[in-house]
Design a protein around this ligand. Structure first.
Ligand code: NDP
Ligand code: 2IT
Length: 449
C-alpha cells in the first residue's frame, strides 16, 4: 500500500534531517519547500510511488576540491572549493559561484536546492547547481583574486561545459571574477566556449542587462505583486539591504519607477539617506572603487551611516533584503511590522528566517520568496546562453523587455498556483508548488536516474 502524503513527507524529511544534520541552512531550505507540498502529493500519488522527494534531496553529484594559491608575498594559501550539481532534469546544471568565508557544503547545498525551483520557474530549460569557496576576496589585490580564480577553475574546468554545467556569479563573484575564470577555462579547454559561464563582459559574449537583472527582476516581480493587491511603487519608500550587485540594481529600478530606496547596507553597518540613495555615487563607491559604505556617507551630506545595528530598524513601506541568508530575524520582522511594512521582496536567497516568515505570514504582509523574486538573474543568464549558442547579441532594450516578460510570467505562474492550492496570494506556496510539479513530472518522464 502506498504511503499517505503525510507519512511520506514525514519519512523523507526525517531522512534529510538524519543524513544532513550538520547542514542547518540546507535543512531550512528543504523544510520550507516540503511545508508546501502536501496538497501536491494528494493530487499526485505518482510522486510518492516514484520517490521523487527522496531523489530530489540528494544532489546528482557533489565535487569538493583543494584550491591552492599564492598571495602577493608569495605565501601559499589553501581554500576549499565546491560545485554541487543538484538536478539536471530540466537542462544543464545552472547556478552561481559564491566566494565568502562562510561558504561550506551546507550553504552550497541550500543554494543549489533553491536553484532547482527558481530555475524551473523561469521556464528557460535550465537545471540547477551551485558552487563556491571559503575564500575571502576582501582586502585582496586584483592579482591575488586572479590567481585564486585560476586555481579554482583549474579543477572546476573538468566538471563544467556549455551543455553540462554553466556557472555564474553570486556573493563575491562579479564580472571581474567571471573574467578571470573564463580566461583560465579558455586556456585549459583550448576552445572559445562562450556558453560555459554567464555574466561575462558585454564585449566578449556577456548579455546586456545581466548585471542589472537580479535587482531589476525583483522590482518587476514586486510591481506585479503590488498591483494585484492594489498598491504601486511610485511615491513609496523602500529599505534595501546589501550594497552589492543585487542591492544596487534593485535600488536603481525602485527609483526608476518613482519609489525611493532610502537604505543600503554591508556587513559593518548601513546608510540611511532620506533623500533617496544616490545610485551613481553608490556605483562609484562599490563598483569602481570597491570601497566601503563609509565612503558613500563621507561624500553625501544627506546620508547617515550607522555602524552595526540593523537596517530593518528603519521605517519604510517595502523591505528588499538583498544581502545574504537569514538576515531578517524574528526581532527584525517585529520591528518591520510595527513600522507598517507593506511588502517583503527577497532579492537575496533565503534572507528571511522561518520565525520571521511566520510573523509576516500571520500579519498577511505581501511576501515574495527569493526563488521567484530573484529569478531574473538566472533567467537572463539563460538568455545569455541562448545568445551565445546562436552567436547573436541583443541590445539593452530588447534584453530588458525579455527580462520583464519573464518576471511577469514567473509572477503569474506563482500566483495561479497559490490560487489553485487554495491560498491566493501565498507566493511561497505558489512558487514551491508550481516549480515542484514541473521538476517532478520531468523526473518521472525520464525514469529512475
Ligand atoms: P555581492 O557580493 O555583490 O554583494 C553582497 C552584499 O551583501 C554586500 O553588500 C555584502 O557586504 C553583503 N553581505 C554579504 N554577506 C553578508 C553577511 N554575512 N552579513 C551582512 N552582509 C553581507 O553579492 P550579490 O549582490 O550578487 O548577492 C546578494 C544576494 O543575492 C545573495 O543572497 C545571492 O545569493 C543572491 N542572488 C544573487 C544573484 C546574482 O545574480 N548576483 C541572483 C540571485 C540571487 P560586505 O561587502 O560587507 O560583505
Ligand atoms: O542565485 C542565483 O540565482 C544566482 N546567483 C545567479 C545564477 C546564474 O546562473 O545566473
Amino acid at each position: 500500500m502506498l504511503q499517505s502524503p503525510e507519512e511520506h513527507l514525514d519519512e523523507v524529511r526525517t531522512l534529510a534531517h538524519k543524513r544532513d544534520r550538520h547542514q542547518p541552512e540546507y535543512l531550512q531550505a528543504v523544510d520550507e519547500v516540503f511545508d508546501s507540498l502536501l496538497p501536491v502529493l494528494h493530487e499526485h500519488p505518482e510522486y510518492i510511488e516514484n520517490r521523487v522527494l527522496e531523489r530530489l534531496i540528494e544532489p546528482e553529484r557533489q565535487i569538493m576540491f583543494r584550491v591552492p594559491w599564492f598571495d602577493d608575498n608569495n605565501r601559499v594559501h589553501v581554500n576549499r572549493g565546491y560545485r554541487i550539481q543538484f538536478s539536471s532534469s530540466l537542462g544543464p546544471y545552472k547556478g552561481g559561484i559564491r566566494f565568502h568565508p562562510s561558504v561550506n557544503v551546507g550553504i552550497v547545498k541550500f543554494l543549489g536546492f533553491e536553484q532547482i525551483f527558481k530555475n524551473a520557474l523561469t521556464m528557460q530549460g535550465i537545471g540547477a547547481g551551485k558552487g563556491g569557496a571559503d575564500f575571502d576576496p576582501r582586502g585582496r589585490s586584483n592579482a591575488e583574486v586572479m590567481r585564486f580564480c585560476q586555481s579554482f577553475m583549474t579543477e572546476l574546468s573538468r566538471h563544467i561545459g556549455e551543455q553540462t554545467d554553466v556557472p555564474a556569479g553570486d556573493i563575491g563573484v562579479g564580472s571581474r571574477e567571471i573574467g578571470y575564470l573564463f580566461g583560465q577555462y579558455r586556456r585549459l579547454a583550448n576552445r572559445y566556449e562562450s556558453g560555459v559561464l554567464t555574466g561575462k563582459g558585454t564585449g566578449w559574449g556577456g548579455a546586456e542587462v545581466r548585471t542589472q537583472a537580479t535587482g531589476y527582476g525583483a522590482v518587476f516581480f514586486a510591481e506585479e505583486m503590488l498591483a494585484k493587491a492594489g498598491y504601486g511603487i511610485h511615491g513609496r519608500t523602500a529599505l534595501v539591504s546589501g550594497s552589492g550587485n543585487v542591492a544596487i540594481y534593485a535600488a536603481e529600478k525602485i527609483q526608476h519607477l518613482g519609489g525611493k530606496a532610502i537604505t543600503v547596507s554591508d556587513s559593518n553597518g548601513y546608510i540611511v539617506d532620506e533623500s533617496g540613495i544616490d545610485i551613481d555615487l553608490l556605483k562609484q563607491v562599490k563598483e569602481v572603487e570597491r570601497a566601503r559604505l563609509t565612503e558613500y556617507a563621507a561624500r553625501k551630506p544627506s546620508a547617515r551611516y550607522v555602524e552595526g545595528g540593523s537596517v530593518w530598524d528603519v521605517a519604510g513601506d517595502f523591505a528588499f533584503p538583498c544581502a545574504t541568508q537569514n538576515e531578517i530575524s524574528e526581532e527584525n520582522a517585529r520591528t518591520l511590522l510595527k513600522n507598517g511594512v507593506i511588502a517583503v521582496v527577497e532579492g537575496a536567497n533565503m534572507p528571511t528566517t522561518p520565525e520571521a516568515f511566520d510573523l509576516f505570514h500571520e500579519a498577511k504582509v505581501l511576501f515574495a520568496p527569493g526563488k521567484a523574486a530573484n529569478a531574473g538573474g538566472v533567467a537572463t543568464s539563460a538568455l545569455e546562453m541562448s545568445q551565445n549558442a546562436a552567436r547573436s547579441r541583443w541590445d539593452f532594450d530588447k534584453s530588458e523587455s525579455r527580462l520583464h516578460a519573464i518576471m511577469r510570467n514567473v509572477h503569474d505562474k506563482t500566483y495561479e498556483a497559490s490560487e489553485r492550492y487554495g491560498q491566493p496570494g501565498d507566493y511561497v506556496l505558489g512558487a514551491n508548488t508550481a516549480s515542484f510539479v514541473m521538476v517532478a513530472d520531468a523526473m518521472i518522464a525520464q525514469g529512475v536516474c
